[in-house]
Design a protein around this ligand. Sequence first.
Ligand code: NI
Length: 189
Amino acid sequence: MNKQLVEEAIAYISDLFKDNSDGHDLDHSLRVYRNAMKIAEKENGDLEIITMAALLHDADDHKLFNTTDNENARKFLISHGINEEKIAKICEVINAISFSKNRGKRPETIEGQIVQDADRLDALGAIGIARTFAYGGTHHRSLSSSVEHFHEKLLLLKDEMNTAEGKRIAEERHRFMEEFLKRYREETQ
Ligand code: NI
């Protein structure tokens, strides 16, 4: 995997998110990238597709950008000489992993499965808890309504993982969240 390409992709999304969000999208994308690399060690996927899809997966997030057809992702990939066929595969992965658009659907390619798992892992464990309350705060939600979100969505994720390594890490993080919820109940009842 070309190290310079990775660094340039990170610089590209740093810039992209700097003007459009408070920076949590950059940190999220970097964590998804690291999760994806960890899972990819145990799977046989195309590392360039996995890396680029993980780093660019929110580059055209409709909540932040008014782009169509993965315009921001494509712009980076085209300007870095990635061929059309590969760009199509990378965009296919990005489009397959969106949680809201693909509820219950499993990405067809191993690259898509890996990046989807990597993205879901960032909603679990200590980071998942931190993100849930941060999001709740931004949207003026009470603590108990954020806790509801664990039950409605986050605690279901471990059974929706695609890869063995993704599932293993998800189960670990899931246990931590259950422990947190148990303590939370004890302390708030
Ligand atoms: Ni994401």
